[in-house]
Ligand binder design. Structure first.
Ligand code: FRU
Length: 497
């Protein structure tokens, strides 16, 4: 079926909806994470259109239902009231127009006059003057009622020839739309002559007619090249820019090679249309996190969600019929010029079976310690460790005789390392990543969220975050503690229901 479909290139919405209905029903719920969004069937990447519409939160995503690998992009669709219980809605967009036949790429959404406005990148191929085919990315609009969306007849509404001369017509994507005053703004990722990323700002009063406002930032080949999936918002009196750069080079432990998600805090000079930024930092220090997008809630919170995977690490087990997981939505704050992220507070309402331990572990040498009631694969656990007399402190997760994923804090180096080498992978993928983390008053606080196949770590009340996937068989559910040197720590663990 899959191959026949690909050959026909007949990507209609009806077909996608029919396909996902049939195949979603064949995937047992127990095979999926409990409170993280996954696609009905097939492939998922970036979060799209994260928005509040008529009292619900909507999250769309890059989606290819017919295969667990990337293919011509559709928009999948989920809805939630609490960011944790997701209801899957029918596929929202299919690449069914001449102008988007290569895909409906990433974008965003707003509400306007009771309608839900989706802005996405339409990708097509056209012939150049030299008679060669070239990909072209522009921006289009679809308007709907929360379930069904109509693409505008006047699409694309932002064309590549609106960009300054020299800008690429190939790399021009991922519009982030927001309301400003009585109109709208959209920030779009683009590439300029020197092959490095730039961010183009557009404005509109009706979402159909757009004007180019200016280039608000250029990366000048620092922080990667193309900056994908920009998001731009004010928070706690500061302006924040999120971007997902491609082709980055590692810089110490701050950035790793390849695709990263980076944030900048700064200010926006509206007159000059310039973003004045400070130093950039990693949004997430784990192995799998990309293309985050935010929404503002009616009660004024800024919530971010990311695709919990990296383009270079494809871990999906062969027999699995879905691929790709969203992160836990995170509440953002800016504190002392840095982004602070914590799981949405709604998660606390799902906590059950509290277990606490206070351990005065005076054993000097390595000994793996199990604690009563501390095990599982779906939990929210906070470990606060006094590491002043410790050399190494490790937490083993999803562990059994055969499997192990380890979180290790090395006190003299000040590094926290995730190591999933023994999580059950049979491919030579990146398994180890380290970050600097500083104890506060001699204590390191780690909140670990696990939802079967994902691990999200929040360090010192959200000052840093790190996400990684592990497709370890669910039977491996031990949690064990180990140290070199004296250690005392407290554990507070909840199951999540
Ligand atoms: C980021 C990205 C976007 C693009 C989409 C295509 O992961 O490359 O730039 O719109 O994925 O699926």
């Amino acid at each position: 079926m899959e191959n026949r479909l690909e050959q026909r290139e007949n990507y209609t919405l009806e077909r996608a909806r029919e396909y996902e209905t049939i195949y979603q029903a064949q995937i047992p719920k127990s095979d999926r994470p409990m409170f993280h969004l996954t696609p009905p069937v097939g492939w998922l990447n970036d979060p799209n259109g994260f928005s509040c519409y008529q009292g619900d939160y909507h999250l769309f995503f890059q989606y290819y239902p017919y295969n667990t690998n990337w293919g011509p992009m559709h928009w999948g669709h989920g809805r939630t009231k609490d960011f944790l219980h997701w209801e899957m809605l029918p596929c929202a967009l299919a690449p069914d127009m001449e102008y988007d036949k290569q895909g409906c790429f990433s974008g965003s959404a707003v509400e306007k006059d009771g309608k839900h406005i989706l802005m996405y990148t339409n990708v097509t191929e056209c012939e150049t003057q030299k008679g060669r085919n070239q990909v072209r990315q522009q921006q289009s609009i679809a308007i709907g009622d929360g379930t069904d969306y109509q693409k505008l007849d006047c699409n694309p509404v932002i064309t590549a020839d609106m960009l300054p001369e020299g800008s690429s017509h190939v790399d021009f994507r991922d519009p982030k739309i927001w309301r400003e005053g009585d109109g709208f703004r959209a920030l779009v990722a683009s590439m300029n002559e020197d092959g490095s990323g730039q961010l183009a700002l557009f404005s509109s009063t009706d979402v159909k007619n757009w004007e180019f406002e200016g280039i608000i930032d250029t990366c000048k080949n620092r922080y990667g090249k193309m900056w994908e999936c920009p998001d731009f918002f004010s928070l706690d009196g500061q302006q924040v820019l999120l971007v997902s750069p491609q082709f980055m080079r590692a810089e110490g432990l701050e950035f790793h090679n390849g695709n990263n998600a980076v944030y900048f805090v700064g200010s926006f000079d509206r007159q000059k249309k310039q973003f004045l930024r400070e130093e950039g930092y990693s949004v997430d220090y784990g192995l799998d996190f990309y293309a985050p997008q935010t929404v503002e809630t009616p009660d004024g919170r800024r919530i971010m969600i990311g695709w919990m995977q990296s383009w270079d690490n494809y871990l999906t087990p062969e027999e699995q019929k879905w691929s790709g997981v969203m992160s836990i939505p995170r509440e953002l704050r800016v504190v002392n010029g840095r982004l602070v992220q914590n799981p949405v507070r709604e998660l606390e309402g799902c906590r059950t079976h509290k277990v606490t331990h206070s351990v005065m572990h005076t054993e000097a040498e390595s000994r793996r310690l199990k604690l009563e009631g501390i095990s599982g694969r779906v939990f929210d656990m906070t470990v606060t460790a006094d590491v002043q007399k410790t050399q190494i402190f490790s937490i083993h997760l999803a562990a059994s005789e055969e499997y192990d994923t380890v979180l290790t804090y090395d006190v003299s180096r000040g590094t926290l390392t995730i190591d999933r080498t023994n999580c059950g992978l049979r491919k030579d993928l990146i398994c180890v990543r380290s970050m600097y983390a500083e104890p506060e008053n001699g204590r390191l606080k780690l909140r670990v969220l696990m939802d079967k196949y994902s691990l999200e770590i929040f360090v010192n009340d959200g000052k840093q975050a790190a996400s990684s996937l592990i497709y370890t068989p669910l039977e491996a559910a031990e949690i064990e503690f180990e140290s070199i040197g004296k250690i005392s720590f407290e554990v507070e663990k909840y199951d999540l229901e």
